[in-house]
Design a protein around this ligand. Structure first.
Ligand SMILES: Nc1ncnc2c1ncn2[C@@H]1O[C@H](COP(=O)(O)OP(=O)(O)O)[C@@H](O)[C@H]1O
Ligand SMILES: Nc1ncnc2c1ncn2[C@H]1C[C@H](O)[C@@H](COP(=O)(O)O)O1
Length: 225
């Protein structure tokens, strides 16, 4: 057994946040990493050269965006697994959810989705002698459509605004419908859900303490604290 494999099994843990756009993943990533005294890893939205193009032309840019994100997230996972309790602000598995939704609605080509999905599966496969890239805990932030839309508006990224492109309202509603069954079926690691409608962990210290307590309890349960 190699040293890195031993460390991965017994010491190194990666926690990933998941959930729809605006659910609060980045916010909770910062809060949790600070609480645990560990490293936070973000999606790098501002440095993503494809994302603004994608919002202008999803048909053309879905494959490119997801190829870009796959590479970015794999590089991040490779960094994150070198520390203990690293916190990452979106799981690699959610890209396939966006891509599948676009393929189902003919925005993306089903063959492109299949090629992407096979590549993802190959990349994420555990291989002897290599540390697993799977997270140790996935935390899903559940939000309703109203909350999602409020938060997207509040954050104010121009290309995500319904006031700029009214068709995005439908897109966000559809995305939410894909998220719930995705979370139910997710089985790559232990998982837990946070109520993002009820718990304002950004402004309320009470809510923040409650969320962190829930997460600490889960980490104890799976033996990571
Ligand atoms: N639980 C929460 N309660 C209230 N506001 C929140 C909550 N989580 C996030 N926000 C706010 O919603 C917006 C989107 O949050 P963000 O963390 O960027 O979401 P995500 O990373 O999931 O897209 C930000 O303005 C943030 O301050
Ligand atoms: N795989 C993806 N396909 C389409 N859009 C995506 C994908 N991953 C992230 N995004 C978008 C959604 C948001 O506009 C930004 C950042 O996500 P957020 O949930 O705000 O962290 O990127």
């Amino acid at each position: 057994m190699s040293n890195i494999w031993y460390l991965r099994k017994n010491v190194i843990q990666v926690i990933v946040l998941s959930g729809p756009i605006g659910a609060g993943k980045s916010s909770l990533t910062s809060i949790l990493a600070e609480h645990l005294g560990t490293q936070a890893f973000y999606e790098g939205v501002d440095s993503n050269p494809v994302l603004p193009l994608y919002y202008k032309d999803m048909k053309r840019y879905t494959f490119l965006l997801n190829t870009y994100l796959l590479n970015h997230r794999l590089a991040q996972i490779n960094q994150a697994i070198q520390d203990k309790n690293s916190v990452s602000d979106r799981s690699i598995y959610e890209d396939a959810l966006f891509f599948k939704m676009n393929a189902d609605s003919k925005v993306a080509d089903p063959t492109e989705f299949k090629i992407y999905d096979d590549l993802l599966e190959n990349m994420m496969e555990d291989t002897p002698g290599n540390p697993s890239k799977k997270p140790d805990l996935l935390i899903y932030i559940h939000v309703s459509l109203d909350t999602m839309l409020d938060r997207i508006k509040k954050r104010g990224r121009s290309f995500e605004q319904i006031s700029t492109d009214p068709s995005l309202k439908d897109y966000y509603a559809r995305l939410l419908r894909y998220y719930e069954p995705w979370y139910e079926q997710y089985d790559a690691s232990p998982k837990m859900a946070i109520n993002g409608d009820k718990l304002d962990f950004v402004s309320s210290m009470d809510a923040q303490r409650e969320v962190l307590k829930e997460i600490d309890e889960k980490l104890h349960e799976i033996g990571n604290l």
